[in-house]
Ligand binder design. Structure first.
Ligand code: PHE
Length: 360
């Protein structure tokens, strides 16, 4: 019988092991203690292997004592391990907190902004599409014939001067291309290429050699054209009124049709809206020119003016954008200032729909 087998030695060993367990202050240390005590060559396991050397009458009591020690050490280890695991988890949670009060980051798609003019371009297209208008296009570089002559503006007509045209270099045959001064040439292109009934809008850029607080050398218009056999002035007024109500998102909009003059319409009218639509009642704001398409224009496109008639309008897109969204200076629209765009621009997700109230 060795000294180590005495019961008092077992309780000394037990006290020693429990002390080691209590001092272990992390999961790695506790594992070391476990291996040193209960591992194959651990101190408790060693005692077990001595059992065979004992006399049979001693074996039973000693075996029971060693088993008891093993159980005590195992339980103590487990408890200490649980305490350390909890502490480790708490420390991790304290370290890795996420601040859920931070605003959600929308991601890169939400970084860009849609220019207000682009947004209004889409709004207007949506409203007229609902009324059965198709979108037509024409080039920014036009011929004199389509921009002027076929629109009943003959070569020496004073309206040509009014338009402050940007001309390109003359071609060998003497003719000159130009930057279109309005979207009206798209009327001509459409009538030359399509059979009535015609119902189109044509949004796009136009150019005039003009620059001050309310004029920029490039701006945007939306042309409208309806040609069939029965359209009259009442249709024109109804159509523009419906448009204004939808666009300014109001039930009622006061409009004023003023007699005016354009070579390509007869009669011609300029249209003002009461700025009540944008919260400034009593002020009239001009938004478009319009009229019944002049018979000369219909004839110039190879259609019979006795049979076909209709209306046309040309609306200042930048103008109605400034009105609707309270943008004070026209020139800022084209200055490519990111601060301005962040302020007045739209999220790419804000796609205008009639169902969604166009702008909301
Ligand atoms: N083209 C005219 C302008 O630029 C507007 C307009 C279009 C007027 C169609 C009548 C009909 O001022």
């Amino acid at each position: 019988m060795t000294a180590a087998s005495a019961p008092s030695d077992l309780s000394a060993l037990e006290a020693e092991l429990i002390g080691e367990i209590d001092r272990a202050d992390n999961l790695g240390a506790i594992e070391q203690v476990r291996i040193a005590a209960l591992g194959k060559k651990g101190r408790v396991s060693e005692l077990m292997s001595q059992l065979g050397k004992l006399a049979p009458e001693e074996r039973k009591a000693f075996g029971a004592a060693v088993n008891q020690l093993k159980t005590t050490v195992t339980d103590t280890l487990e408890r200490r391990k649980a305490v350390l695991e909890n502490a480790a988890l708490s420390a991790r949670l304290a370290n890795e907190t996420a601040d859920i009060t931070l605003p959600v980051r929308l991601g890169p798609q939400a970084e860009g902004r849609i220019h207000p003019v682009s947004q209004v371009w889409d709004e207007v297209t949506e409203i007229f599409a609902d009324m059965g208008f198709a979108v037509a296009e024409g080039p920014d570089i036009e011929t004199d014939d389509l921009n002027f002559t076929k629109l009943n503006i003959p070569p020496e007509h004073p309206a040509r001067q009014e338009h402050d045209t940007f001309y390109l270099k003359p071609r060998p045959d003497g003719s000159r291309l130009l930057l279109r001064t309005h979207t009206s040439p798209v009327q001509i292109r459409t009538m030359l290429s399509q059979k009535p009934p015609i119902r189109i809008i044509a949004p796009g850029r136009v150019y005039r050699s003009d620059s001050d607080q309310t004029h920029t050398p490039m701006f945007h218009q939306i042309e409208g054209l309806v040609i069939d056999e029965e359209t009259h002035l009442g249709h024109l007024k109804w159509c523009l009124e419906e448009f204004c109500k939808a666009f300014f998102e109001v039930d009622e909009v006061k409009m004023r049709f003023r007699a005016s003059h354009f070579p390509f319409t007869e009669p011609s009218m300029e249209v003002d809206v009461d700025a009540a639509a944008i919260g400034k009642p009593g002020r009239w704001l001009e938004i478009l020119g319009s009229g019944m398409v002049h018979p000369n224009v219909i004839a110039a496109c190879g259609l019979d003016p006795e049979r076909y008639q209709g209306f046309a309008f040309g609306m200042g897109l930048d103008r109605i954008t400034m009105l609707k969204y309270g943008i004070p200076d026209l020139r800022d629209m084209f200055s490519a200032d990111m601060r301005w765009l962040r302020h007045f621009g739209f999220l790419p997700f804000d796609i205008p729909t009639l169902a969604g109230g166009v702008s909301s």
